[in-house]
Design a binder for this molecule. Structure first.
Ligand SMILES: [Zn+2]
Length: 149
């Protein structure tokens, strides 16, 4: 099943809101018609191509799902892929985001929910509802553990 651009664009809006709220910086997350994600703060930007197919169709779009279940599943898939890829783009720009304030671990996104790998693993918030101040972007440490820039 193909990903729907409109769902990915909506997910990018949610992740952009998370990014702005947690960094107090005017980041933009946009997705074009070719499913290329662009993450930019106006001065620097990174682009990544999103996979066009829903990667775990049995989970997100199972046979027999009602239209409502299918829509919710596809939105969760969109949030997960956009959240994950925005974090990847930021890493390429030298920023670790989002970070758990309690454990200093990079959050993952599973089915639209930001979670901290722990220890112990715990859920933080749905995409679009990441609390401000809890998970700002941090510079990526270099191999010696120092932070750049
Ligand atoms: Zn944590």
């Amino acid at each position: 099943m193909q990903r729907e651009p409109a769902r990915l664009v909506a997910a990018a809006g949610r992740v952009q809101a998370d990014l702005r709220r947690t960094t107090d910086h005017p980041w933009t997350c946009t997705i074009d018609d070719d499913l290329v994600l662009t993450v930019s703060d106006g001065a620097r930007s990174e682009q990544l191509a999103l996979v066009a197919e829903v990667e775990d169709e049995d989970w997100y779009a199972p046979a027999g799902a009602t239209p409502g279940e299918l829509g919710a599943g596809l939105d969760a898939d969109a949030d997960e892929v956009v959240g994950t890829e925005v974090a990847e783009a930021l890493r390429a720009l030298g920023l670790t985001w989002p970070v758990c304030a309690d454990h200093a671990r990079v959050l993952g996104n599973c089915s639209g929910a930001w979670y901290c790998p722990g220890e112990p693993q715990h859920d933080i918030a749905e995409a679009g509802r990441l609390p401000g101040g809890a998970a700002g972007a941090r510079p990526v440490p270099d191999s010696a553990g120092r932070t750049l820039g």
